[in-house]
Ligand binder design. Sequence first.
Ligand SMILES: [Zn+2]
Ligand SMILES: [Zn+2]
Length: 356
Amino acid sequence: MSARDPIADLRRIAFLLERANEATYRVRAFRSAAKALAGLPAAEVAERAGNGTLTELAGVGDVTARCVAESLAGEEPVYLRRLVATEGSDLDAEATALRAALRGDCHTHSDWSDGGSPIEEMALAAVELGHEYVVLTDHSPRLTVARGLTAERLRRQLDHVAQVNAALPEGFRILTGIEVDILADGSLDQDDELLARLDVVVGSVHSGLKDERSKMTRRMLKAVVNPHLDILGHVTGRMVSSRPAGVTGPGDRGHRARTRAESDFDADAVFAACAEHDTAVEINSRPERQDPPKRLIRRALEAGCRFAINTDAHAPGQLDWQRFGCERAALCGVPADRVVNTWSAEQLVEWTHART
Ligand SMILES: [Zn+2]
Ligand SMILES: [Zn+2]
């Protein structure tokens, strides 16, 4: 006899997901599984859990079947345990504390690529927000739709940033960086010599987002183990909603309404490599991205990864979007000491250079 009631566990999960304002389809998955099992004799549920045929029932999927099997084995389902771990904590206070612990932003754009404002304006807005640094990460050459910077233009930008920094208030600096494209074969779209020179390298997939799973996994693994890559940007490439009103601007890409599915890759393999090679996983704060999804943030956390909570701001006002990323990080129980932009600029650069 099992010590637990699998149907009660499924209902409890649905309740906690609802309370955490998770997507309706996810809540429904647990409720419909509970309903499907409620109509069956307990012996049949146990037998089906034993021989792996629970998923043959309408309304029961892989995740819910695993919860049932764990429940029947007398264990608290892992899915439930994760939800309970963040239950009861004051998420609002935790998100606020996490935001307060952030000392900079590692992913921002200027009008040198597809941002709407000059570097100086982005920097001044960051100063007003209380940041100690902002990493300027304009796009790389092959992202031509976003006016990606050639090696030549990036070198000019580095000179320009040095001048701007000299004029900025003491205690604040612009760190140099790039959002480098992870190319189809997993290599990075900029000269090694330049990547080595930059303070912070964010790498993102912007093309071939529908690559099949094994190809995308190989591609991401190759990038993640590259010592130049410090932060893996917007991990799944998903778009959950159209751009919020009022944020389209000159050069700001993709202002038409659209959503995009997550790209398909072996997340556990990628996060294991991130942990092993000390590559941070970005929590992208943009409302239309919310990337990675919370289930993947939790898996990256369990894998031992570091994180960077970034805005990917394309305009000064968007620099204040970190709060959204902090809320999602808090929901997943990400502690501040795993977040690289809680460090000072010196610590951050020490870390990136130790990796290069
Ligand atoms: Zn990007
Ligand atoms: Zn970006």
